[in-house]
Ligand binder design. Structure first.
Ligand code: AMP
Length: 445
């Protein structure tokens, strides 16, 4: 299948070829023709499947074909996303894909200057990507209207509900024209999302891909049994070996708490390993800087909590370290999905303390995979002793508050963890070089 066969216009095809995309991903193959026909769409797909292009490319063509001017103090396409990072990523993608189509794009998110957003909206834009909270602020201030929206996209709808945006969503949708095209994307399909779809979509087409399972398939998963206070020594050792030998390209480390993330960064810093933390207590500029430095490979370790990391698309993450196991197994699948992006392989290493064994069991049940046990590395005791000599509080994290927990489906969807359907990844096969590395695991040994 090629992009040409999906019916996209020449400027969009050219923008795609400039990005180096040769074949559509499965979600793009399914969704693009339906969106081009003007259908409403319910898509089950998560970040990493190419869903941003699946809704942006055909929407650009629909906007172009409708030939309406850019409305002042409004927009023609509204994309709502749960987090600032995701909104920024979608806007970047829309700019790239629409570069030759003459459509303007803007992003409005919390944590930035409201005045600047008001100015942006005074002129009006074609494609607006927003987080619900800031959009409602601007609407309440009368800085803009939604009277001219032709296409509404709700991206990562399950996370928007998890983060408590339902009231904002209701308000926003209530201000939109009845006659519009609505595209709803969600990684999971709990009842709340079905209800949302029933309310906002008209005779929607349904498309779905099974990224959780297929992602898990391409990630080599390890578990190392280690006590909680000794995890830091194991991480420091694994990272210093893996980074020095280039077996680790970029590593994402997940902790359960914000303080835990900061503490890991401090320890790594003392050991001479540059790392940034990203979590809910960081300001927007700090979060953006951390992501940028990580993306560009200037800082090769990013320590994150679940909420901050979900939905973030960072190609080239070779290793995911689960410093603490998530207490909801679904979250594990989201975490390890940060690696093995765009057809590549990756490694995930779980550090499992004795009191986390029940979480490990849940994870293995959900993914229907057994994590490969790896032993502690030979130099581990020395690393623990060296760390013990460092003046740091050893057990504060037990008392620090976790980030608000994402409410994810406790029960796996039927397809979760199953083998991917035959050929299910065919659109992506061959992309990305198929790198397979277990550097972190090897380094941990
Ligand atoms: P998304 O799920 O939209 O966050 O996309 C995941 C990653 O895949 C992003 O880095 C995209 O730039 C990339 N991508 C999307 N579509 C394609 C494609 N057809 N070929 C190659 N890469 C793609």
């Amino acid at each position: 299948m090629s992009f040409e066969l999906l019916g996209l216009s020449q400027p969009v095809l050219q923008a795609l070829s400039e990005k180096g995309y040769t074949a559509p991903t499965p979600i793009q193959e399914q969704a693009i023709p339906l969106v081009l026909q003007g259908r409403d769409l319910m898509g089950i797909a998560q970040t990493g499947t190419g869903k941003t292009a699946a809704f942006t490319l055909p929407s650009i063509d629909r906007l172009r074909a409708a030939e309406r001017g850019t409305p002042r103090r409004s927009c023609r396409m509204l994309v709502l996303a749960p987090t600032r990072e995701l909104a920024g990523q979608i806007a970047d993608a829309a700019r790239d894909y629409g570069a030759l189509s003459g459509l303007s794009t803007a992003v409005i998110v919390g944590g930035t200057s409201v005045n600047r957003d008001r100015q942006k909206m005074a002129r009006g834009v074609d494609i607006l990507v927003a987080t619900p909270g800031r959009l409602v602020d601007l609407l309440d201030q009368g800085a803009m209207t939604l009277n001219h929206v032709e296409i509404l996209v709700l991206d990562e709808a399950d996370q928007m509900l998890d983060l408590g945006f339902i009231h904002a969503l209701r308000k926003i949708v209530g201000l939109l024209p009845q006659k519009r095209q609505t595209l709803l994307f969600s990684a999971t399909m709990p009842k709340a999302i079905k209800d949302l779809a029933a309310r906002y979509l008209r005779e929607p087409a349904h498309v779905s891909v099974t990224p959780a399972a297929t992602t898990a398939e391409r990630v080599t998963q390890y578990v190392c049994h280690v006590s909680q206070p000794e995890k830091q020594a194991l991480l420091t050792l694994s990272l210093s070996k893996g980074l020095a030998s280039d077996e680790i390209d970029r590593a994402l480390v997940f902790t359960r708490t914000k303080h835990g993330a900061d503490r890991v960064v401090r320890h790594l810093d003392k050991a001479g390993i540059r790392a940034n933390a990203i979590h809910g207590n960081k300001s927007q500029p700090q979060r953006e800087r951390a992501l940028d430095e990580f993306r560009q490979g200037r800082v090769r370790v990013l320590v994150a909590t679940d909420i901050a990391a979900r939905g973030i698309d960072i190609p080239g993450v070779s290793h995911v370290f689960n410093f603490e196991l998530p207490n909801v197994a679904e979250q594990y699948v989201h975490r390890i999905g940060r690696t093995a992006r765009a057809g590549r392989d990756g490694s995930a290493i779980a550090f499992c303390a004795p009191d986390e064994k029940a979480y490990l069991k849940d994870i293995e049940k959900l993914t229907r995979q057994t994590l490969q046990p790896i032993p502690l590395p030979p130099s581990f005791r020395a690393a623990v002793e060296q760390l013990g000599r460092m003046p740091e509080e050893p057990s504060r994290q037990v008392h620090s508050r976790p980030e608000p927990r994402l409410k994810v489906q406790a029960k796996p969807a039927p397809h979760r963890g199953a083998r991917p359907p035959q050929g299910g990844e065919r659109g992506r096969a061959g992309r990305g070089g198929g790198r397979r590395s277990s550097g972190g695991a090897r380094a941990a040994r």
